[in-house]
Design a protein around this ligand. Sequence first.
Ligand code: NAD
Length: 491
Amino acid sequence: MSLTDAALRPVVDTVQVPTELLVAGAWRPAGSGRRIEVRDPANDTVLASVADADSRDAGTAVDAAAAAAADWAATSPRFRADLLMRTFALMRERSDELALLITLENGKSLADARAEVAYAAEFFRWYAEEGVRLRGQLGHSPSGANRLLVAHQPVGVSVLVTPWNFPAAMATRKIAPALAAGCTAVLKPAAETPLTALAVAALLQEAGLPAGVLNVVTTSEPGPVVEAMLTHRRTRMLSFTGSTEVGRLLLRTAADSVLKCGMELGGNAPFVVLADADIESALEGAMVAKMRNGGQACTAANRFFVQGPVHDAFVEGLVARMAAVRVGPGIDESTQCGPLINPAAVAKVDQLVRDAIDRGARALLGGRPLDGPGFFYPPTVLVDVPPDARVLHEEVFGPVAPIVRFEQEDEVLARVNDTVFGLVSYLYTGDLARGLRLTEGIESGMVGLNRGLVSDPAAPFGGTKQSGLGREGSTEGLLEFMETQYVATSW
Ligand code: NAD
């Protein structure tokens, strides 16, 4: 049986959780018959097994998307919008069960999982609305000799690759704009959390998804499987969310066929607190920016810079708040911070903490992994973190807050920008004009100005520098799946 764990019972009573590949509208096993075990990071038990695709299955999935492409592109925007809106309604209706599914395979607290489902569903609603409002342009050439007509066409077959940390939202943030734009797609979710993606695909089918418009391929061999999809002659677009390291590899492969690429990569978000900030609200924002998903978010505050006069008060407040966080299995309603995704994640977090301590940082809270069976790391606060500590330069992806004291504004801007990443930055100040002025000097695609949360379906989400290319969400996210076509005409 592929759904092995009793914990899944309340989910599967209401939500269909397929465990095979979705290809051309049918659920089918991998050609090799192989399967992948999906484990619960809170107790390391096997929840289910799903089909383990190889590159041949991947090619078949792209064939299916290619076969459906022309008919789907020819449907009306309203037809596509209606499908997305029905999926939005189904996701909302089943949100408790979907949240439980996310918690079981990803580990995050139920509160975080419910917030994710609400956020994920909104992409279906936003793109249902946005897909029917897309405008072109008609202009005169400066010479007056002819007209310039500009329209947008679907880019074509799209390969969507998503990470495990937001198994629903990272998938819907790609599926909804791709389908709204008139593209067909193959989704490859992370092997750690395939069940949520499969359940979302089943909801789309329930809402009336035509065969081949969205295909889903789960695999334990992402390298060859994604390569087979990117080198398929019908693939036109790669939309990837994951680490910068893997993103670089995929950009190289995509270069051979000059694919359009949307890349949502890693981050190293600074969280700056200026002396004139409202400390209570900065602490509240810090907890959201640091602890959403137990720190396993690309937008997670990775390094705190606090100005001298408020440094001690901020540290004291953060330690108190972090110490009060209840750590445990996500399915306990009282849990605020679940386990990390796997033992490797715990080892990586611990390595970064050890490195900082070896270089002179002090742990005021936490600082050592918790005992199993799950993969738990406690909320940790580090102070006196020296500039060369790895934790200030690498994504920690866990509940660790390294704090650095600074005195001058200029000094902090240089520290903030001293990174290859540029996804998001947080800045707290009581003077909005000062905040906006500083924001202009910050090298990141997004800034939370007196806010610890930036994600919004209506906002362009994405990074500069090595945090990515392109944007998701907003109208920009729809245009990512379209090509601009210009027609020169005279009349
Ligand atoms: P990851 O790069 O290891 O994996 C992401 C996806 O790529 C998964 O589906 C994985 O199976 C696949 N993959 C892994 N190796 C591959 C290869 N060689 N070829 C093709 N595909 C491959 O990242 P992760 O650990 O799943 O997720 C965490 C990372 O994602 C963090 O760096 C985080 O910052 C980033 N992230 C970014 C955003 C964003 O919007 N910018 C959002 C969420 C997560």
